[in-house]
Write a protein that binds this ligand. Sequence first.
Ligand code: IPE
Ligand code: IPE
Ligand code: MG
Length: 250
Amino acid sequence: MGKDEDYSVKLQLIDRQRLPAHIAVIMDGNGRWAAARNRPRSFGHRAGAEALRRCTEICRELGVASLSVYAFSTENWRRPADEVSFLMKLLIEYLRQEVRTMNEQDIALGFLGEREGLPDAVLAALDQALAATAQSRSMRLNLAINYGGRRELALAARRLAEQAVSGELNAADIDERALAAQLFDGGGEVDLLIRPSGEQRISNFLLYQAAYAELYFCPVLWPDFGKNDLLDAVIDYQRRERRFGNIGQV
Ligand code: IPE
Ligand code: IPE
Ligand code: MG
């Protein structure tokens, strides 16, 4: 069976009424993909950006409301300076190039992460893309850049403490909802968390929002992750029973 044929068969297996509303992806494996081809890691990151374009397109076609992708973690600053600066350059390029397509496809950009620490040029490209796509309604693509789940929770705790100190908030009113309201805008409950590349860990992504996410791991390296792989993940998701602590269907 050819790839396209395979795709249309898989598409028919998907129940459009039970799509994951929020898919999160840890885009991992670019470096290994490049190494397997005797190419520099930057080559893998470029191919990774293409995979993101494909993944966004298929999510949009399916009708997934939000896609959050991990592009650069708070821990990724530990990488060699030349790789970090290449990734920043690639992000700027991506943001500049994607605005037109995002507008055509009615996709709004979102940002998950801490602005502090990011180069001015990245912030400028980000702000421009955020503003240019703000009116889009069909789907939201959240880019997690300089994102760390622990950092996000620490910043939320700090803001709640500030509000308590200033008298705006009673400590007794701090609950899950109050905490969630202080998280980066657009994160929200994750339904399906996908990590390609064979690693089976969360790596500090959406720790709070993925509390009840269905986890999907696959061996494909991110640059090879295609439409069929996304459909496989959604099909797998739809076969699961999400019980949220309850006893499920009886
Ligand atoms: C993911 O691919 C991209 C980023 C973390 C920015 P990696 O660069 O982690 O690729 P591997 O895991 O080394 O193969
Ligand atoms: C997670 O991948 C971060 C991103 C994909 C942006 P890493 O490659 O940095 O994660 P670890 O270090 O293998 O856990
Ligand atoms: Mg990696």
